[in-house]
Design a protein around this ligand. Structure first.
Ligand code: ADP
Ligand code: MG
Length: 247
């Protein structure tokens, strides 16, 4: 292990994540064993879209490789992050993850292993000479066996920013773009699954905050519950327009 001074990394809303040399240290979670297995499997496949799992340090933290690049966690972002090319590239990266894990033991009786928290703030972008491109996903804590449409719906919600203030015609076009770039077959389930995520998210944060979970109390204080509930209401109101774009 490097003896470098730990540097607190910005952009996490739940965990205290530090960089030490070329590594990242994250607190363990109940799913750390599964995450280690998934990252080990992706390494075995030589997939470059995730950090490598290097074990656990003497403080019991997860040790991962540090992925150099731009993590899009702030509200204001370079245009590439929300560009058509950016969304297409993210969708193809998700497709790779799913195709690699489909039929593996890790997927269990489900279609694939889902990341379950795909968003710009968990994506590393890198300048490949012609602007920023998404190259990897971080923050694998919530990874679990699941259906392809679950991750695709999360991508639509988070990378398009579905919610109040978004132009519905443009949003519908981008949702369609993502589904097409991924090659999603379960198109009829997509909008319903976006609503499922949004509803589950604000309720989950509110319930955990009421139970005193510090990270969730913090998110509540930042107004995240109201924000996500408003996003849910917006998507529910725009449901028909979004579904029409999928036909
Ligand atoms: N493997 C990594 N490589 C580069 N940066 C990372 C890596 N893991 C985490 N980070 C940085 O640390 C921040 C918080 O990490 P993350 O795993 O997303 O924590 P949280 O669960 O709190 O969201 C990220 O926004 C990113 O800037
Ligand atoms: Mg994160």
């Amino acid at each position: 292990m490097s003896g470098d001074e730990p540097e607190l990394l910005s952009g996490g809303f739940v965990n205290v994540v530090v960089r030490v040399g070329d590594t990242v240290r994250r607190p363990v979670s109940p799913s750390s064993g599964f995450v280690r297995d998934v990252l080990g499997f992706l390494e075995h496949c030589q997939w470059p879209g995730a950090p490598r799992h290097l074990g656990f340090d003497d403080q019991g933290r997860e040790v991962l490789t540090f992925l150099a690049g731009h993590v899009a966690w702030e509200k204001a972002q370079p245009a590439e992050v929300r560009s058509d090319q950016g969304l297409v590239a993210v969708s193809r990266l998700v497709r790779q993850l799913h195709d690699l894990t489909a039929g593996s033991d890790l997927a269990g009786d489900q279609e694939v292993v889902c990341h379950n928290d795909l968003s710009p703030r968990n994506t590393v972008y890198r300048d490949l000479g012609d602007g920023l491109h998404p190259v990897a996903f971080i923050d694998w804590d919530l990874a679990a066996p699941g259906s392809r449409v679950h991750d695709v719906a999360h991508v639509c919600w988070q990378y398009v920013g579905l919610g109040p203030g978004v132009d519905i015609a443009e949003a519908a076009r981008l949702v369609r773009l993502i589904a097409d770039a991924y090659g999603l077959l379960a198109r009829g389930e997509l909008i319903r699954t976006i609503l499922w995520w949004q509803d589950r998210c604000w309720r989950g944060i509110a319930t955990a905050a009421a139970a005193g979970e510090p990270a969730m109390v913090r998110l509540c204080a930042l107004g995240v519950v109201n924000e996500v509930r408003a996003a849910y209401q917006w998507t529910a109101e725009q449901r028909l327009a979004l579904e029409r774009a999928m036909l």
